[in-house]
Design a binder for this molecule. Structure first.
Ligand code: GRF
Length: 204
């Protein structure tokens, strides 16, 4: 069973897509052992609790500085020792020490076709605002491995979504979620958990 920790910050619709996929058998050989959020009020934590999954809050605000948070967050993750870490709408930079400890075993879903509309400042609704501002006809979502950069790791999968006349950022975000994010992330997890996507050896 692939032990997986999911990190969230907001509504948790990507987490819900993962949980629904496990329940329906579209994801197999996977156990969500914990959900961690930096935001105590994240509805994603409620979704975890509703699924009897340990829901933890680790907020940088509760530590004297970012270094202390990074150390505690990394320590907790080492304690959980998952086979895979999934960032599902997680808005906190992953500590470099965690990237090292779980090299090649952290994946992220980004709501655009990387390398478009990604990097610092490109998260949530801002991504879709920028896409509409630029006037792209096609956007989408990307699942990629997490390295020490921002949205710069090796791409695993992408799915295109057409922009439609009159789209608002909210309408476009919803379409990208429904047609791309909620499809790509469960599929990537199932591919990894069943060996269709190979991960590097787990570090001791
Ligand atoms: C959304 O903007 C989504 O596109 C991105 O993170 C944000 C929150 O997603 N991946 P979720 O509903 O918390 O999964």
């Amino acid at each position: 069973m692939f032990k997986t920790v999911v990190c969230v910050s907001g509504g948790g619709t990507n987490l819900q897509a993962i949980l629904d996929a496990i329940d329906s058998g579209r994801i197999t050989n996977t156990e969500i052992m914990a959900v961690i959020s930096n935001n105590a009020k994240a509805y994603a934590l409620e979704r975890a609790r509703n699924h009897n999954i340990p829901a933890l809050c680790m907020s940088p605000k509760r530590y004297p500085d970012r270094e202390a948070f990074n150390a505690a967050f990394t320590e907790k993750m080492k304690e959980l020792n998952p086979d895979l870490i999934v960032l599902a709408g997680f808005l906190v930079a992953i500590p470099p020490a965690m990237v090292d400890a779980f090299e090649g075993r952290i994946i992220n879903i980004h709501p655009a076709l990387i390398p478009s509309f990604c990097g610092v400042g490109y998260y949530g609704l801002h991504v879709h605002e920028k896409a509409l501002e630029y006037g792209v006809k096609v956007t989408g979502a990307t699942v990629h491995f997490v390295d020490k950069g921002m949205d710069t790791g090796r791409i695993i999968s992408q799915k295109a979504v057409y922009v439609q006349e009159g789209d608002t950022p909210e309408v476009l975000q919803r379409r990208v979620m429904e047609e791309a994010e909620w499809v790509l992330l469960p599929r990537a997890i199932d591919d990894i958990a069943n060996g269709r996507i190979q991960l590097p050896e787990k570090k001791a």
